[in-house]
Design a protein around this ligand. Structure first.
Ligand SMILES: Nc1ncnc2c1ncn2[C@@H]1O[C@H](COP(=O)(O)OP(=O)(O)O)[C@@H](O)[C@H]1O
Ligand SMILES: [Mg+2]
Length: 265
C-alpha cells in the first residue's frame, strides 16, 4: 500500500490581476478519502479546483495529483482525474443511458453499454435510464453527471459544489452517491459553502479563507478547537458553523453575540 497522498498542495498562489485569491494554500488529501474545501462564495474554491484539474495555471507553489505536477505533467494528471462542475454536463435530449454510452465511447472504453448499465445501477438510475434527461429531477441529473465523470475509473474526482441548487432530498441523494464513491476507493475533493455538507460527508475539512487554509482537520479535531458548551442537562457539541465563525470571524453577525445555545430562550 502506498501512503503518498492522492493530492499534495503546497504554497499555491493565484491572482487575477492584483486580486490575490490564493495566497499560499497548503493541504494534502489521502487516497480514498473525502476532503471538503469549505469556504464562502468567492473564497477561491473553484480557482483551486481548476488549478488542480489542470484547467488554470497557478502563479506559484506546487500541486501534485497522483504524484504528477499539475503544471509540468498536466496530461498525466488528466489521466487520473475527472471534474464535475457546478453546471451539469449532461445532454438533455438523450436518455441517461445514451449519455453514459456516449461518454464511454468518447473515452475509448471497451464496453460502453456494459459500463452504462453498471453506472445506472450504481447511481439508482436504472428505472430512469431510458428516459430523456429533460425529464429528470435536479438530483437525478447531478447523479448522472457524477456517474459520467466516473467513466474511465479516475482515481481522483473533483466535485465543485455538487449540491448547490438542489433541494434537500436531492442533496441527500448526491451525498449518498459521493459516499459510495469513496467507499469504492475513489479520492474525492469536493468544495462546498454548506457547513453541514462538509460535516456529513468529509473525512477531513479545510476552511479556505483570505487565500489560505485557516483550519484543516477531521470533524472531531475541528470540534476540539472549541471547548464543548455545557448547558444545564446536556453537553452541546459546537457545530461546524460555530467553529467556522470562530475561526474566520463573524463579520456578518458580529453584533449578535455568541452562537445560541440550549439555554437561550
Ligand atoms: N477569471 C477571473 N478573473 C477575475 N477574477 C476572477 C476570475 N475567476 C474568479 N475570480 C474572482 O476570484 C475570487 C475567487 O473566485 P472563485 O475561485 O470562483 O471562488 P469560489 O469558487 O470560492 O466562490 C472571486 O472574487 C472571483 O470574483
Ligand atoms: Mg466556485
Amino acid at each position: 500500500m502506498t501512503t503518498t497522498p492522492a493530492i499534495q498542495v503546497a504554497g499555491l498562489t493565484k491572482a487575477y490581476g492584483d486580486h490575490e485569491v490564493l495566497r499560499g494554500v497548503d493541504f494534502d488529501v489521502a487516497r480514498g478519502s473525502i476532503f471538503a474545501l469549505l469556504g464562502s462564495n468567492g473564497a477561491g474554491k473553484t480557482t483551486a479546483v481548476r488549478i488542480l484539474a489542470t484547467l488554470l495555471p497557478a502563479d506559484g507553489g506546487t500541486a501534485l495529483v497522483d504524484g504528477a505536477d499539475v503544471g509540468a505533467e498536466a496530461s498525466r494528471v488528466r489521466e487520473s482525474i475527472s471534474l464535475t462542475g457546478q453546471f451539469a454536463a449532461v445532454d438533455e435530449i438523450l436518455t441517461g443511458r445514451e449519455n453514459l454510452v456516449l461518454v464511454a465511447q468518447l473515452r475509448h472504453q471497451a464496453d460502453p453499454r456494459g459500463i452504462a448499465t453498471d453506472l445506472l445501477a450504481r447511481f439508482s438510475l436504472t428505472d430512469a435510464g431510458d428516459r430523456r434527461v429533460a425529464t429528470y429531477s435536479g438530483g437525478m441529473r447531478r447523479r448522472l453527471d457524477i456517474a459520467m465523470s466516473l467513466i474511465g475509473d479516475p482515481s481522483v474526482i473533483f466535485l465543485d459544489e455538487p449540491t448547490t441548487g438542489l433541494d434537500p432530498q436531492a442533496r441527500l441523494e448526491v451525498w449518498r452517491a459521493v459516499k459510495e464513491l469513496a467507499a469504492a476507493g475513489t479520492t474525492v475533493l469536493l468544495t462546498t459553502q454548506h457547513l453541514d455538507e462538509a460535516e456529513h460527508l468529509a473525512d477531513r475539512i479545510a476552511i479556505l479563507h483570505d487565500g489560505r487554509i485557516v483550519v484543516n482537520g477531521t470533524l472531531a479535531e475541528l470540534k476540539a478547537l472549541l471547548p464543548p458548551a455545557t448547558v444545564e442537562y446536556v453537553e452541546k457539541q459546537p457545530t461546524l458553523e460555530e467553529i467556522f465563525l470562530a475561526v474566520v470571524g463573524d463579520e456578518t453577525a458580529a453584533t449578535t453575540g455568541p452562537a445560541p445555545t440550549a439555554t437561550n430562550s
